[in-house]
Design a binder for this molecule. Structure first.
Ligand SMILES: *[C@@H]1O[C@H](CO)[C@@H](O)[C@H](O)[C@H]1NC(C)=O
Ligand SMILES: *[C@@H]1O[C@H](CO)[C@@H](O)[C@H](O)[C@H]1NC(C)=O
Ligand SMILES: [Zn+2]
Length: 334
């Protein structure tokens, strides 16, 4: 009898300690992936967003130019900023849109690399969980889409953040859309945990370049403009931790905006297929460096001391470049 009671007490004790640890840490650590650099220690990749339309709206033309530039830069991987499949994500892991909008479109040799993807709001309008499924990796091994995760590529660390649940109106006023909120029982708790995880990972990072990727813009002059929730909640975390670049899609354009109070640069690459011509907002005008409302994509080349970013149109022509140096100040050229 007393033995039983003793065991019970020990169990309660263990449980209490476990709960204490849970309260202290609050959430699980973000999943990490290691990606090696080139032998000279440099790294290059392409960034594309808002693309899956079975080749339509110049998606195939953009894909062709990505292949060409990808070869020229000998890219190590591709980053997708979300809204991977239009109009409502995938219906299941067996949805043929996966192959018709991804596998059969990005066919160039240079693009047969790992793709790191986040979910966009349109992906949440379908079966969001399907896009996260390892089954898709059996169909096309390049595919890796998770909610929030980290790619550690030695000189750069890239923090992928699931931004759709930050946007309150998707919950309170979904405008006739059905969002797949499975796995997100409480919006508040979900975003609190993401912020805590990202903050901790950023503060512990020793990488030369810290890059954060999300679907929604923090700063934009496009149709959607700034995302208030990200300005209020995520931006302070990025600024406090010396993030170099925030990269996003969502607005169907290419743009470069400087932060007014820190060296951080906001880069939008959401022009993978349908573009929204002439749809802009009157904001961020003084910090806007570049805006293009046609289709295209972005490339990033990193070394220990320099970051070279370029934006391309549907013909693969360079529209805008920025160089950022760890020792020197930022330089820009057209
Ligand atoms: C494809 O790109 C060209 C060049 O920017 C543009 O003139 C054309 O309207 C685009 N087509 C579509 C369907 O967006
Ligand atoms: C900017 O990048 C280009 C391309 O990598 C390079 O040729 C050029 O020297 C760089 N400019 C500066 C000012 O660092
Ligand atoms: Zn979007």
């Amino acid at each position: 009898m007393s033995g039983f009671r003793g065991t019970t007490m020990v169990s309660w004790f263990v449980l209490a300690i476990g709960f204490g640890v849970y309260l202290l840490c609050g959430s699980a650590e973000l999943q990490r992936f290691e990606h090696p650099t080139k032998s000279d220690g440099s790294l290059s990749f392409l960034v594309i967003g808002d693309w899956g339309r079975r080749g339509g709206f110049n998606q195939s033309e953009v894909a062709f130019q990505m292949g060409r530039i990808g070869e020229k830069l000998d890219i190590d991987f591709v980053v997708s900023t979300g809204d991977n499949f239009y109009d409502k994500g995938l219906t299941s892991e067996h949805d043929t849109a996966f192959e018709e909008s991804f596998t059969k479109i990005y066919t160039a040799k240079s693009l047969q690399k790992q793709w790191y993807s986040v979910l966009g709001n349109h992906d949440y309008r379908g079966n969001a969980v399907a896009q996260l499924s390892p089954l898709l990796r059996k169909i096309d091994s390049r595919w890796l889409c998770l909610r929030s995760f980290i790619v550690n590529a030695e000189l750069a660390e890239i923090f992928f953040v699931d931004t759709t649940p930050f946007v309150k109106t998707y919950f309170t006023n979904p405008d006739g859309q059905n969002y797949d909120w499975r796995g997100i029982s409480s919006r508040k708790r979900y975003i609190t945990n993401i912020l805590k995880d990202v903050e901790m990972a950023l503060s512990e990072s020793t990488a030369k370049w810290k890059i954060v990727v999300g679907h929604h813009a923090i700063r934009s002059v496009g149709h959607h403009g700034d995302t208030k929730e990200l300005v209020d909640l995520l931006l302070p975390v990025l600024k406090a931790n010396d993030v170099d670049f925030y990269m996003n899609g969502h607005d169907h354009c290419l743009e470069h905006i400087s932060d007014t109070e820190s060296p951080m640069q906001f880069l939008t690459s959401g022009a993978g297929s349908k573009a929204w011509r002439g749809d802009t907002k009157e904001m961020n005008k003084e910090s806007l460096k570049f805006f293009y409302d046609g289709q295209g994509f972005m490339s990033v080349k990193l070394s220990q001391t320099e970051a070279d970013v370029a934006f391309y149109d549907v013909y693969g022509r360079v529209l805008h470049k920025l160089n950022s140096s760890k020792q020197l100040l930022l330089h820009q050229s057209i």
